[in-house]
Design a protein around this ligand. Structure first.
Ligand code: SF4
Length: 326
């Protein structure tokens, strides 16, 4: 895997995933104070398969490859938990049936829930955010899903289940620079055990209009240094991802790329997590001017195709042949 990545690192290619997001529900029992996504449990109607079908039909000619299924969380002890999981499963199945490649991020799951969703996803994800427990006294005071050990356990289970996985750090939520290193080392450790982390997102906190936490954005000037730290700590086969809509200065975007970032993540009409920060259309031009080439990718990196069930491998291989990309 290292060779693939080293070639990739030395080329001047930046990838992104043409994506569309389905949100099964915005309800979430956590209350992260920087959240711009959640609504109170019971107050967000769940997306029906019929509605999802309608949306997928509407995007059929828009070049979308990945369907990101991004959900708020129903409490693990709730009597509604199974129905919630079934709904997420059904949306993944529907996306596959329409020929798309689903990637689900629905918060921490039980081992069995994760195994179930593997059946209808080509990869899955969960932000580690930060491993320091100090945040449980501040931004995560009312967010039981953000217990660092719960999230580290998710990385381990994903590895055991051979699920190609995306994780990442949320930056600027009250952690220190030393905490970044601890979080990156924890990801590297899990990856060395299971070889399953395909990409790590470095996401700067970007205040939105719905959050309750009154705090500034992450200082973007620091982001290239964080990228360099991540590149030093993480194994070379893990791709570093930065969200271009949150990096509002093109010089900083390019500095992050020079420091080792090689992917811009899923790009679609709305960033559901940061709805106040739409994607702008000049990215390709900004990159081209600096002699970087923007290219599409699938939500599963090629070294993991053989981890999928046969039916899913078939769909992925069709995509790889059709558009001749990794
Ligand atoms: S950030 Fe995620 S876990 Fe936290 S409240 Fe928002 S949706 Fe829930």
């Amino acid at each position: 895997m290292s060779n693939i990545s080293q070639d990739y690192q030395s080329s001047r290619i930046i990838s992104y995933s043409p994506a569309y997001t389905l949100v099964p529900t915005h309800e979430c029992y956590n209350r992260c104070t920087y959240c711009n996504f959640r609504v109170e449990p019971g107050q967000s109607p769940w997306m029906t398969p019929k509605e999802a079908q309608k949306r997928l039909e509407a995007i059929s000619h828009q070049g979308v490859i990945e369907i990101l299924i991004l959900s708020g969380e129903v409490h693990p002890a709730s009597s509604r938990r199974q129905a919630w999981l079934d709904r997420i499963y059904d949306l993944g199945k529907l996306a596959l049936e329409q020929g798309y490649l689903p990637h689900t991020n629905a918060g921490p799951l039980s081992f069995e829930e994760m195994a179930k969703l593997k059946e209808v996803n080509v990869s899955m994800g969960l932000m580690l955010e930060q491993v320091t427990p100090r945040l449980l006294e501040t931004v995560h005071r009312h967010a039981p899903s953000k217990l660092p050990q719960v999230r580290l356990q998710q990385l381990e289970w994903a590895g055991q289940l051979k699920i190609p996985f995306t994780t990442g750090l949320l930056l600027g939520i009250g952690e220190s620079a030393a905490d970044w290193e601890d979080s990156l080392k924890a990801i590297a450790l899990s990856h060395r055990r299971w070889q399953h982390i395909q990409e790590v997102i470095l996401q700067p906190h970007s205040p939105g209009s719905r959050q309750t936490w009154n705090a500034p954005s992450f200082d973007l000037q620091q982001l290239p240094a964080v990228v360099a730290t991540a590149r030093r700590i993480l194994p070379p086969e893990i791709t570093l991802q930065i969200p271009p809509n949150l990096i509002t200065r093109s010089d900083i975007l390019l500095a992050c790329i020079e420091a080792g970032a090689r992917d811009l993540g899923g790009i679609g009409p709305i960033d559901e997590v940061n709805p106040d920060y739409p994607h702008h259309h000049q990215i390709a031009a900004i990159l081209a001017e600096a002699r970087w080439q923007l290219t599409e990718r699938l939500p599963i990196y090629p070294q993991y195709d053989h981890w999928l069930s046969e039916p899913l491998q078939k769909i992925v291989s069709k995509w790889r042949q059709n558009i001749n990309i990794d």
